[in-house]
Design a protein around this ligand. Structure first.
Ligand code: UD1
Length: 420
């Protein structure tokens, strides 16, 4: 828990990094196994603490969980508990993904309310609203979301006032057994959401409109087991793409799917980085002496992803000129900026805009990670900085980056974990 990462900056990175399975698909995929009493086999599941937390929660709920390499086998013959205690939810907000499958299968669920979160309020009102619109009785008592639908959920039209990723996934799971047709309007279209809908269809669900803003679910009586492979993690790939660009290096992102990161790659190209889409991955090279400024704003897919905003800010902090980054999704997702200024970056925050004036180079310093993406952003800053950087509170990083030390070291990074 008290580990830090010590990084000696200034080394050009070159090599190949194999991209792991997507955390943001693995988590809902694991939760969806609650919808059947048969075996769900998931391949390419990354070894992350968030995944371990979700598997722990599933075990508590009554699922038989086993893991062999990157394959996870799940089977919930009987649901034993219908509650997600605070200890699980505190560690991982995505525990909310158990809400709908429990209500859909057991007619009730009690999920501890996720509290505030470092990157913003991140309320779950839209998850709850879906269940209420579908006929469930939902109350919030003693910090718990208590949902009851003893006679099952009822299909209806649900128009999302805001695009929500896990909210869409929960709504899909609510709809699979609902009576009649459920229509979800203004849904998230992230590749992980699309793949998730495909997984449910493989289990016997009837979901149409995948990839569009409207998903239609025809309720079925039951789902069955299946075998499914998790797509590569586009956020992990984007993070290493910036590692390559900022160290003026050349990294081949094995398995990276170019199309999943189009907006991000378009921006990266404008900074002077060369991006080559190859058959089995994407090559990121930066041979220039200069990083050009390029302004971006985050929004739901297919726009520039909020989960790459912190990392992109590090790149802009050493650009030649000025750039503005606008964060449209989370109201408090600039906490890395303060730490970057301790490394010499010039960043001025004005509401949801960060105005950055590039400096010739960052300087190594002790810094503190506040959340998952902020922690990896500070590692990127350390790789590019002059001297030694120590990133404290490193534990956030293992929630979302499998084997990051070895992956970076294999490309020439000089870093080590210190502390315990
Ligand atoms: C998911 C991702 C996370 C990513 C985020 C946005 C997972 C496990 N996590 O998080 O990595 O940063 O999408 O791409 O997939 N909102 C509400 N009410 C709700 C739900 C959301 O107001 O009930 C708001 C949020 O505060 C936020 C916006 O909607 O401003 C988008 O959040 P959402 O897409 O729900 O994020 P998550 O699904 O939690």
């Amino acid at each position: 828990m008290l580990q830090s990462m010590k990084i000696e900056g200034g080394h050009r990175l070159e090599g190949t990094i194999e991209i792991s399975g997507a955390k943001n698909l693995a988590l809902p995929a694991i939760a969806s196994s609650l919808l059947t009493d048969q075996q769900v086999i998931l391949h390419n599941v990354p070894k992350l603490t968030d995944v371990a937390s979700m598997l722990g929660l599933l075990g508590y709920l009554g699922c038989d969980v086993s893991r062999s390499g990157d394959t996870v086998t799940l089977c919930t013959k009987d649901v034993i508990n219908v509650d997600a205690p605070y200890d699980y939810v505190r560690k991982m907000r995505a525990s909310i993904l158990c809400l709908s499958p429990l209500v859909a299968r057991c007619g009730r669920a009690e999920i501890s309310l996720p509290g505030g979160c470092a990157i913003g309020l991140r309320s779950v009102d839209l998850h709850i609203r879906t269940l209420i619109l579908m006929g469930a009785n939902v109350s919030i008592e003693d910090g718990l979301i208590k949902a009851y639908a003893p006679n099952g959920l009822i299909g209806c039209d649900i128009d999302f006032p805001k695009v929500t990723v896990t909210g869409t996934e929960n709504a899909l799971m609510a709809g699979v057994f609902a009576k009649g047709v459920t229509r979800l309007i203004n849904v998230a279209k992230e590749p992980e959401v699309q793949e998730f809908a495909k997984l449910l269809n493989l289990m016997g669900a009837k979901i149409s409109g995948i990839g569009t803003s409207v998903l239609e679910i025809e309720g079925v009586e039951q789902l069955h087991g299946t075998e499914f492979s998790i797509i590569p993690d586009r956020i992990e790939a984007g993070t290493y793409a910036i590692a390559s660009a900022i160290t003026h290096g050349s990294i081949f992102l094995k398995n990276c799917v170019y199309d999943h990161l189009q907006s991000f790659f378009t921006a990266l190209q404008q900074t002077g980085t060369t991006i080559q889409n190859r058959k089995d991955g994407v090559l990121i090279t930066n041979d220039l002496d200069t990083i050009y400024p390029y302004c971006i704003y985050t929004n739901p897919y297919p726009a520039f992803p909020t989960d790459l905003q912190a990392q992109y800010m590090v790149l802009m902090s050493v650009c030649h000129g000025n750039a503005t980054i606008t964060e449209n999704l989370f109201e408090n997702r600039f906490m890395h900026a303060q730490e970057l200024t301790r490394m010499g970056a010039r960043i001025y925050i004005d509401g949801k805009n960060a105005r950055i004036t590039g400096v010739p180079s960052l300087k190594g310093a002790p810094v503190m990670a506040t959340d998952l993406r902020a922690s990896v952003a500070l590692v990127l800053a350390g790789l590019a900085a002059e001297g030694t950087t120590i990133v404290n509170r490193l534990y956030h990083i293992d929630r979302g980056y499998e084997n990051i030390d070895d992956k970076l070291r294999s490309c020439g990074a000089v870093l080590e974990r210190v502390g315990q």
